[in-house]
Design a protein around this ligand. Structure first.
Ligand code: ADP
Length: 319
């Protein structure tokens, strides 16, 4: 079954901006789908239309077969959405926020209470259930938004930049949670600027640029299209002479560090053998850049490929 089917979706805002120029996209049931694109590409507009916050200009959207034009409530019941901005009623208690949300989906308080407990436990917020949301840390607020989005057990969870501004520790905890959720059958669509996040979590990737889908592939196929990889190697001894390696470019970065540019089909064993012949012992090796980031950068021809994960963290967002 197709979880989400989008056909020729167009959005022209009142100011004349054509935010979506005829998007076609299918997301398979059970998929973990990355939606990438630079700022202004149209991702939030698309999510807004799917979740009926934004009216479309033209096109069709079906969620698990339910057309949003003719069967909106059924479509909405299938979707949980975690928006980019924190939009909690921060004066309300944690448990109330989740229980109230269940009410929008026709659950009685009696039905909602045990389900709220379940999702708050899953998101490690049960012991904070009586706190006022305002008193939660940034990371906890984000987890609360996920709990709220899941209370009606949606089959499709859409997260718009869920880990923006959260530190690495929280991000990894959230990744584990989302992976488990996906393995238990929930289809997940994620927009992210953290390209490392897409590469780590998602099985399919679509790139939107300027209102159009410019790439749409299984993640593995997509990554395979990368022609070269840049490796940074650290050496045991100081490198006094830059080695010449067959079919590779080599630059010296520091006394004990080399950058090696390797073509995709090149056998890395040969690289190591040649380094060894040159008397260079490798003690560690890593990718210079995130491959997806590099690819994205090349595809969209932008000077800013998004905020790199290592520099984007805002420290101290979780208590
Ligand atoms: P993304 O989420 O990929 O950053 P958006 O969907 O927010 O992209 O924006 C797509 C385009 O639509 C941008 O040019 C943006 O300025 C424009 N846009 C978004 N929301 C509105 C709005 N409410 N009114 C007018 N233009 C908008």
């Amino acid at each position: 079954m197709v979880a989400l089917s989008i056909k020729n979706l167009v959005k022209v805002y009142a100011n004349g901006i054509e935010a979506l120029k005829g998007i076609d996209l299918d997301v398979a049931e059970g998929d973990f789908f990355a939606l990438l694109g630079p700022n202004g590409a149209g991702k939030t507009t698309m999510i807004g239309i799917i979740t009926s916050l934004v009216t479309k200009t033209a096109g069709n959207v079906r969620v698990f077969g339910h057309d949003i034009d003719t069967d909106l409530n059924a479509a909405k019941a299938c979707i949980g959405v975690v928006p980019q901005e924190i939009n909690l009623n921060t004066f309300d208690r944690v448990s109330n926020i989740v229980i109230n949300q269940a009410g929008f989906y026709g659950m009685t308080v009696r039905e909602a209470k045990p389900r709220a407990q379940q999702v708050l436990e899953q998101l490690k917020l049960w012991d904070r259930r009586n706190d006022i949301a305002r008193n939660l840390s940034g990371g906890m607020k984000r987890r609360l938004m996920i709990a709220r989005a899941l209370v009606h057990s949606p089959k499709l969870l859409i997260l718009d930049e869920p880990t923006a501004g959260v530190d690495i520790e929280i991000r990894r905890t959230m990744w584990r949670f989302l992976r488990d959720l996906n393995e238990s059958g929930t289809t997940i669509i994620l927009t992210t600027h953290y390209l490392e996040e897409a590469e780590n979590l998602c099985r399919h990737v679509a790139i939107i640029d300027d209102g159009e889908v410019i790439q749409n592939h299984p993640m593995d196929d997509f990554l395979r299209t990368l022609k070269q990889q840049n490796f940074i190697i650290n050496t045991r001894d100081r490198v006094t002479e830059v080695p010449t390696l067959d079919g590779c470019l080599v630059h010296q970065l520091k006394d004990f560090e080399l950058e090696i540019v390797v073509q995709r089909d090149h056998d890395l064993n040969n690289v190591f053998a040649e380094l060894s012949d040159a008397g260079i012992q490798v003690i560690s090796m890593r990718n210079k850049t995130n491959r997806l980031e590099e690819l994205f950068f090349n595809l969209t021809d932008r000077s800013d490929p998004g905020v790199p994960p290592e520099t984007a963290d805002q420290p101290g967002t979780e208590a």
